[in-house]
Structure formats: structure tokens, C-alpha cells
Write a protein that binds this ligand. Structure first.
Ligand SMILES: CC(C)(COP(=O)(O)OP(=O)(O)OC[C@H]1O[C@@H](n2cnc3c(N)ncnc32)[C@H](O)[C@@H]1OP(=O)(O)O)[C@@H](O)C(=O)NCCC(=O)NCCS
Length: 110
């Protein structure tokens, strides 16, 4: 395996909360897919999960060096909770979030 790119991003969860409060579905649907929205809203701390996905999308853009539209990068979870990027098997991601911040890293491998 050869590493071809790496990306990292940190997101202030309150910023995402404010965007959701202000723009609601208009914001969510511009950035996230239906499956991502379903996943996040299942949880009571949904803003943390949205922020984690947002960070992961930014990390993927950095790692791949491609200005892909956010919604084209779909972050899903396996049954054990592990996140992955749908249809981008050569990209590995990891997400973490706490009350204030969400972070994610992405690695592009050959
Ligand atoms: C994976 C694990 C270490 C997450 O730790 P945590 O400190 O609670 O959570 P963090 O805030 O650091 O990270 C949360 C993110 O971890 C990721 N994650 C969850 N499960 C994961 C796993 N098995 N492997 C890799 N990443 C995982 C997810 O992306 C999650 O964010 P999301 O739900 O918004 O997508 C923890 O859940 C664990 O030990 N799981 C293994 C055992 C297990 O499956 N237990 C089930 C619950 S009892």
C-alpha cells in the first residue's frame, strides 16, 4: 500500500449548530446526503455527527486534492460503527468528536 495523500480537518460544532438553526434543511440538504442526515438525526447529539461528517468531507478534499462538491462525498458507517467513504474504496477516514469540536483524517492509498 502506498500513501498518496493525507488530509485533516477540525470543525467547531457550535458553528454547525448555528447553520442548522439558521438555514435548517436548506443547509443540511446542500451538504449531506439523505443517508447521512438519517444517521445523524437518529442521535440526540446530532450536531456532533453532522460536524464529524463535515470534517471528514473536508479531510477527503484535502487528501485527494480535488475540489469535489461536499455532497458527492458520502460518509457512511459499517455495522461496527467504523466510517467509510461510499464509492471511494481507496480512501480511509477516521472521525472523532467531543462537545466542542469534531475532527477527521483521511488517507488516500493506492
Ligand atoms: C470506536 C470507539 C473507540 C469510538 O470511541 P469514542 O470515543 O466513543 O468516539 P469518538 O468521538 O472518538 O468517535 C466517534 C466516531 O468514531 C467512529 N467509529 C465508531 N465506531 C468505530 C469503529 N468500530 N472503528 C472505527 N471508527 C469508529 C465513528 O465515525 C464515530 O462518529 P460518527 O458516529 O459520527 O460516525 C468505541 O466506540 C469503541 O471502542 N468501539 C468498539 C467496541 C464497540 O463496537 N462497542 C460498541 C458499543 S458498546
Amino acid at each position: 500500500m502506498e500513501i498518496q495523500g493525507i488530509g485533516i480537518d477540525i470543525v467547531d460544532i457550535e458553528r454547525i449548530e448555528k447553520m442548522i438553526k439558521r438555514y435548517g434543511n436548506r443547509f443540511l440538504k446542500r451538504i449531506f446526503t439523505e443517508r447521512e442526515i438519517d444517521y445523524a438525526i437518529k442521535n440526540k447529539n446530532s450536531a456532533e455527527h453532522f460536524a464529524g461528517r463535515f470534517a471528514a468531507k473536508e479531510a477527503v478534499i484535502k487528501a485527494s486534492r480535488e475540489a469535489l462538491p461536499m455532497k458527492e462525498i458520502e460518509i457512511l458507517n459499517r455495522e461496527n460503527g467504523e466510517p467509510f467513504v461510499e464509492k471511494m474504496e481507496n480512501i480511509l477516514i477516521s472521525i472523532s468528536h467531543e462537545k466542542k469540536y469534531a475532527v477527521a483524517v483521511a488517507i488516500v492509498r493506492s
